[in-house]
Write a protein that binds this ligand. Structure first.
Ligand code: PAF
Length: 286
């Protein structure tokens, strides 16, 4: 493969043919699935992928199946020309940009069951979201068959679901979790940040400030109930923000806890609305 040129591919058949030829030469394939509107967070995944794989494949596809809100799907930022320029400067090898017909030639009626993992947080507030994620990620994994796939820790629950999907389907793929990339003011990078007004953008860093403060002050003496109340009141005291949930869960099982134990790894997760824009973040507690 010519390392100087990035190939843009729209069809699974073509993608498979290119990758098969490479695999026959024994090269390793790294994969970064995205929905485009790339930012530094995505680019950090691409850089990490390039460090440990011979070929880096990035997909750009806004997957309708994972949106439970039509307006969110409609307003999701799209700019594949800009994305391709960014990927080309990162020396990405292949960009896969399919359309809906390519990814869903027939309706995908599969129902995944992730048990408790989808019965909390995003799973409760975005009905069907993880089923849609599992549909597209399984299709993409089967199209690319990578050795390693890279996901951001900002989507903490998605990462846990994808690890489970890999186990359930016996995919021979290593899932690599990459740290959240933040703006200087602490706001977690997200494609949705571009949709925020200037005022909302100024208010949004409060989200990370509050979860960081809450996690720094947590000891086994605190009740989770009082921490939740503190987070809710602080977020909602800013009239541009509205808390959807703040939950402290066991890091591996995603089981919500009602008491802080310093023995079990915990993660605090939050979802906040700034107008119609939904922002999520999380922080490890112990
Ligand atoms: O995290 C995302 O951008 C999406 O959920 C993913 C993994 C690309 C599937 O559409």
């Amino acid at each position: 493969m010519n390392a100087l040129f990035m190939q843009i591919v729209h069809h699974i058949k073509e993608l498979k043919a290119i990758l098969l030829q490479q695999k026959e030469n024994g090269v390793s394939i790294g994969f970064v699935p995205t929905m485009g509107a790339l930012h530094e967070g995505h680019l950090s995944l691409v850089r990490k992928c390039k460090q440990s794989n011979d070929i880096t494949v990035v997909s750009i596809y806004v997957n309708p199946a994972q949106f439970n809100n039509k307006n969110d799907l409609k307003s999701y930022p799209r700019d594949s020309e800009r994305d391709c320029k960014l990927l080309s400067s990162e020396k990405c090898n292949i960009v896969f940009i399919p359309d809906d017909k390519e990814m869903y030639p027939v309706p995908d009626t599969r129902e995944f069951n992730f048990g408790l993992m989808e019965q909390v947080m995003e799973g409760v507030h975005r009905t069907g979201h993880f089923n849609g994620v599992a549909k597209i990620v399984s299709k993409l994994f089967e199209a690319v068959e990578p050795d390693k796939a890279y996901f951001g820790q900002k989507d903490f629950q998605q990462l846990a679901i994808i690890r489970k999907l890999v186990k359930m389907n016996h995919y021979d793929i290593e899932i690599v979790a990459c740290p959240i990339v933040r703006e200087k003011n602490g706001l977690a990078m997200s494609s949705r940040n571009t949709l925020l007004t200037k005022e909302q953008r100024n208010a949004a860093p409060l989200i990370f400030k509050v979860i960081k403060e809450a996690s720094n002050n947590l000891t086994s003496h605190h009740s989770v109930k009082s921490v939740k109340e503190y987070v809710r009141n602080t977020i909602n005291s800013n009239k541009l923000l509205k808390l959807e949930y703040y939950e402290i869960v066991e890091r591996n099982t995603l089981k919500p806890v009602s008491e802080i134990s310093l023995k079990i790894p915990l993660t605090a997760c939050i979802a906040v609305y700034a107008g119609n824009i939904r922002l999520i973040d999380n922080i490890d507690i112990n």
